[in-house]
Design a protein around this ligand. Structure first.
Ligand code: FAD
Length: 563
């Protein structure tokens, strides 16, 4: 069997190695247009910032090492130009020699990836304007920074790559501005969760300009003028990172079915519409694991797994790809933001009836030094309590919790099942009730009516005409430091003594700092015959989102002073 693989990085290299492990006799050829195979795309921003110091650390394999270990024929600087599906041939160009030749295949795997979207911006061909996808792109940016010592950079697009590059350019000593057309950075997060990251990025010296688009770049000798829809910026360097598009021109020309955005359509075994041709990675459309709708999720984890599945299927195994959850994580300075499944906005767009819990648990036991508060949002389906997605923003322990939640979503667990997970605990690592368990307890309480909630978006519709009682159950000191208009202060510990002042027929909306004391207050009230609703996320969340105030990162349990 002769298998040709187009593209030798995440999906392609994975497929090749798996093929060899399953079939010692197959002839395996990788055609890679660039100089490198199996390189660390995800590490590229950190080379620009000087965190990864050695260029050699960016390349995980070389054609030689791949040959020695796997006896795979890796041809770099070699581009597949055309696929002839009828007679199972590929026209190939060896860029080292300029030679054009034909290569036959029994099976073909396409893993050509995606290319950065380059909006049609006047001035974007200037040599101080960059995109980032490959090792040579990275070397170019780093060399420019080292040789020309630019003082400022404008990053167009506040997605994962844009924010990673913003941090790394800052590390390299530049003043960085991120311009984002949408309402918030990092699209997989909801606006409320993204605002926590935005605040932290600003605190670390990144200037964020939101809801503003770049119209043109006007290069002058000494700087580039960046013309925005509203205003202009002068800068020494521009990075365009407004997303990627599947690199499927050749596949489309060969008649392989693609969707409107050009992503190749595959079945669960990664087979395309043409016989014996598979496709994986950033070039393909995937099924969203949660909504079951077709989507595009260009990430390294899925690309690697899909490569493995294509190889399995070629070798007679029945592996199949269940869809992508979009699990992802980003470091923004010392902060970590992570996502799995769908966010609330997209779940609603997909027509799902959703609810959510927002909690602020500690990364580990409060009495053990060094714990940090994280903000966790778990989105679930209203009637079924199926977990749809989760977002966590915090410091330590965020990655571990998002992976537990990703596993739970994959396993099709109900949100209330999270309460039962038996998770490892010792004080330096977690609490006896892990944050994931806490989310489960809250959802379980919602499902049986023990907890009734109201959310940030409900605040503006709360009646201020006296027909409802708005109660803040924090200490008077906390209340004085800041509260939501209309809320009166009765600390939870003296609530029982004040019940006579509260008319029973009125609903009571209760808030505290993180949601725990107000929950206890709602239980006291319900136990005394009132209808009480708990504010999800607490004043801490309200304050951080609404006023972009500093997210309290220190380890303080609910009820203690949070100076
Ligand atoms: P690629 O890895 O891009 O490989 C495609 C290869 O195909 C390229 O080398 C290209 O030269 C070659 N090729 C294309 N056309 C041809 C042709 N006609 N002939 C021969 N060769 C061809 N994902 C994460 O999950 N986490 C992260 O932290 C993360 N960080 C990232 C940071 C950066 C800066 C970038 C650029 C990407 C990041 N990603 C991350 C995304 C991740 O790298 C991709 O999802 C993944 O590499 C996709 O794998 P792939 O095999 O589809 O494409």
């Amino acid at each position: 069997m002769k298998v040709v693989i187009i593209g030798g990085v995440a999906g392609g290299a994975s497929a090749a190695a798996r093929l060899r492990r399953l079939d010692e006799d197959a002839q395996i050829i990788i055609l890679e247009r660039g100089q490198h195979i199996s390189y660390a795309n995800c590490g590229l921003p950190y080379y620009v910032g000087g965190i990864i110091t050695e260029e050699s650390n960016l390349t995980l394999q070389t054609p030689q090492s791949f040959y020695e270990r796997f006896r795979i024929d890796v041809r770099t600087n070699t581009e597949a130009i055309e696929i002839h599906t009828g007679d199972k041939k590929i026209t190939v160009c060896n860029h080292n020699t300029g030679e054009l030749y034909q290569e036959t295949y029994d099976k073909l795997i396409l893993s050509p990836g995606a290319e950065p979207i380059k909006p049609n911006l006047p001035g974007s061909d200037d040599n101080r304007v960059f995109t980032l996808r490959t090792v040579p792109d990275t070397l170019k940016i780093r060399a420019y920074v080292e040789q020309n010592k630019p003082k400022s950079a404008v990053v167009i697009g506040g997605g994962y790559i844009g924010m990673e590059m913003a941090e790394n350019l800052k590390h390299a000593g530049l003043d960085v501005t991120v311009v984002e057309m949408a309402e918030h950075i990092i699209a997989p997060l909801d606006l409320d969760m993204a605002s926590l990251v935005q605040h932290y990025a600003r605190k670390n010296g990144i200037r964020l300009i939101l809801k503003n688009g770049v119209q043109a770049l006007i290069p002058t000798e000494s700087y580039i003028e960046v013309q925005l829809s509203h205003g202009t910026l002068n800068t020494d360097l521009v990075l365009i990172s407004v997303g990627v598009k599947p690199e499927t021109f050749m596949a489309q020309k060969a008649g392989i079915s693609c969707n409107a955005r050009g992503a190749i359509l595959v079945d669960e075994h990664m087979r395309t519409s043409k016989p014996d041709i598979y496709a994986v990675g950033d070039a393909i459309a995937v099924t969203n694991f949660v909504t079951k709708q077709e989507t595009y999720i260009p990430l390294a984890g899925p690309a690697n797994k899909q490569g493995r599945i294509a190889a399995d299927h070629i070798c007679g195994k029945n592996s199949s790809y269940p869809g992508s959850q979009g699990s992802s994580v980003i470091k923004v300075f010392d902060m970590t933001a992570a996502v799995t499944g769908v966010n609330e906005t997209n779940a609603r767009k997909a027509g799902l009836a959703v609810d959510k819990v927002i909690l602020s648990p500690m990364s580990h036991a409060g009495y053990y030094p060094g714990g940090k508060v994280m903000t966790m949002k778990v989105v679930f389906e209203k009637e079924t309590y199926r977990i749809l997605g989760a977002q966590i923003v915090g410091y330590e322990g965020v990655d571990k919790r998002i992976d537990v939640l990703a596993t739970a979503i994959h396993a099709g667990m109900k949100a209330s099942d999270l309460a039962e997970l038996d998770l490892a605990y010792a004080p330096p690592y977690s609490s006896a009730k892990d944050p994931v368990n806490l989310a489960g307890f809250m959802i379980e309480n919602i499902s049986d009516g023990t907890l009734k909630q109201f959310h940030l978006e409900d605040i503006k519709t709360l009646p201020l005409d006296g027909s409802a009682i708005l109660l803040d159950t924090r200490t008077p000191e906390e209340y004085e430091r800041g509260h939501v208009d209309g809320f009166v202060n009765i600390p939870v510990d003296v609530l029982r003594e004040h019940l006579k002042e509260l008319p029973k027929e009125k609903p009571i909306y209760v808030m505290c700092q993180s949601g725990l004391r107000s929950y206890i207050a709602t239980r006291i009230l319900e136990g005394n015959g009132y209808r009480a609703y708990n504010f999800s996320g607490g004043f801490r969340f309200y304050d951080a989102v609404m006023n972009d105030h500093c997210l309290i990162a220190s380890a303080t349990a609910c009820g203690m002073d949070q100076a």
